[in-house]
Design a protein around this ligand. Structure first.
Ligand code: PMP
Length: 440
């Protein structure tokens, strides 16, 4: 009997007891290889001594000081470190406790920016279909995932949507990657003109789509075109790197590989690497300047913003990612993971696509490869793969097959960057066992 309210209200999951490197152990002693870092969280594995030491030292020095009164050393240090490595123009960091809060902050910051600068008629957001930006009401409204939103729709602000950049399903035969990218990016311009560009606050998207599509990067040139369109109509560009940021794709910020700098960027998950709950919203100097010149007060905040222990963990994590070489390691081991996945599953009759960047990889499961037909969502293939992998001692993150029905089931892999070559082999072997159980 448990008093914890789990998402799945009919079952109680096994009890996680201990973490070591890339493994989690449950109360029966069973060992699981963490092939998805939870959900792209545990970039440094589960027992990193440097992050643990940083957390311990901070909790003994100052566990909390409210930002209504104080800043703190760890918050200042982490902000400085992030800005030193951030895309051009990003200049200020607003710390929160997770991804949804980072997105809520981004949405409210963008809205207040236009209030401050005399354009209060800008009241809506544009995002992409099948996108996910968090579960709180604002972030949920900003997303385009029909299934996640359905029962809360009456509570959500309306957002309009364009197609995702999803080459496997969207690129037409004979169409180059570049023209596909331009075609789908141009949907933003069409949508702006439809709703009236002067009413739009921002466009929000993930550079590499995580949970909803399964590690789908945009094609080259897509985000450059998106940036041009945002600039032409004075609309802000918010990039949600809650999942794909912090080295996950082989660069500290995923958008570095797309050659664009957003006005606002959200990060979380890998920022605390699981050692502390922390997220952040980074914004460009001109946005902060508008607040400073205007009301001088961002009408937003939570009790735990800039939490010193969370910031100390984040600072130790980002130091290891950048100076400690773990971002490069993610790029290097990510290539090896990609090769191993291709060697094992490229010819699998039910694996339609293998994609991703760095230690962020997705496999799309289809009923028929030639026609790319997904399995019937009622079969719950992704859930079965998750269960079979878990049984085999592998944590992976399958999704899909939901009522918006415009994609197949997929498996998302986001392992710790510390994974060894042997552990890559173990991951692929266990995933193969799960596929053999469910897909044969
Ligand atoms: N944005 C993206 C892209 C995400 O993947 C997630 C979480 N999966 C969130 C926002 C929300 O983050 P959190 O669960 O930490 O609130």
């Amino acid at each position: 009997m448990t008093h914890v309210f789990y998402r799945n209200s009919r079952t109680t999951p096994p009890k996680a007891i201990r973490g070591e490197g890339a493994y989690i152990y449950d109360s029966t002693g069973k060992r699981y290889l963490d092939g998805s870092g939870g959900a792209a969280v545990s970039c440094l594995g589960h027992s990193d001594p440097d992050v643990i030491a940083a957390v311990q030292a901070q909790v003994e020095t100052l566990e909390f000081a409210h930002t209504g009164f104080f800043t703190s050393e760890p918050a200042e240090a982490l902000a400085e470190r992030l800005i030193a490595h951030a895309p051009e123009g990003l200049d200020k960091v607003y710390f929160v406790s997770g991804g949804s809060e980072a997105v809520e902050t981004a949405l409210k910051m963008a809205r207040q920016y236009f209030v401050e600068t005399g354009e209060p008629q800008r009241t809506c957001f544009i995002s992409r279909r099948q996108s996910y930006h968090g579960n709180t009401l604002g972030a949920l409204a900003a997303g385009g995932n029909v299934w996640r939103k359905a029962q809360f729709a009456p509570l959500l602000a309306e957002t309009s949507h364009i197609a995702p950049c999803y080459a496997y399903r969207g690129q037409e035969e004979g169409e180059s990657q570049e023209s596909y990218g331009h075609r789908v990016a141009n949907e933003l311009e069409a949508e702006l003109l439809r709703v009236g560009p002067e009413t739009v606050i921002a466009f929000i998207a993930e550079p590499v789509v995580g949970a909803t599509l399964g590690a789908v990067p945009a094609v080259p040139g897509y985000f450059k075109r998106i940036r041009e369109i945002c600039d032409r109509y004075g609309v802000l560009l918010i990039l949600d790197e809650v999942m794909c940021g912090m080295g996950r794709t082989g660069t500290l910020f995923a958008c570095e590989q797309d050659g664009v700098a957003p006005d606002i960027i959200t990060i979380a998950k890998g920022l605390g690497a699981g050692y502390q709950p922390i997220g952040a919203t980074l914004c460009s100097a001109h946005i902060h300047e508008a607040f400073a010149q205007g009301s001088g007060f961002f009408q937003h905040g939570h009790t735990y913003i800039g939490h010193p222990v969370a910031c100390a963990a984040g600072d130790a994590v980002v130091a290891k990612l950048t100076d400690g070489g773990h971002v490069e390691r993610a790029a290097r081991m990510g290539e090896k993971l990609d090769h191993a996945l291709r060697a094992a599953f490229e010819d699998h009759p039910h694996i339609g696509d293998i994609r991703g960047r760095g230690m962020f990889r997705g496999l799309e499961i289809v009923a028929d490869r030639a026609s790319k037909t997904p399995f019937d969502p009622a079969l719950g293939i992704n859930k079965k793969v998750k269960a079979a992998a878990f049984e085999a001692g592998l944590i992976c993150y399958p999704m899909g097959g939901t009522v918006d029905g415009q994609r197949g089931d997929h498996v998302l892999l986001a392992p710790p960057f510390i994974l060894s070559e042997d552990q890559i082999g173990e991951l692929v072997e266990k995933l193969g066992t799960a596929f053999a159980t469910v897909l044969s």
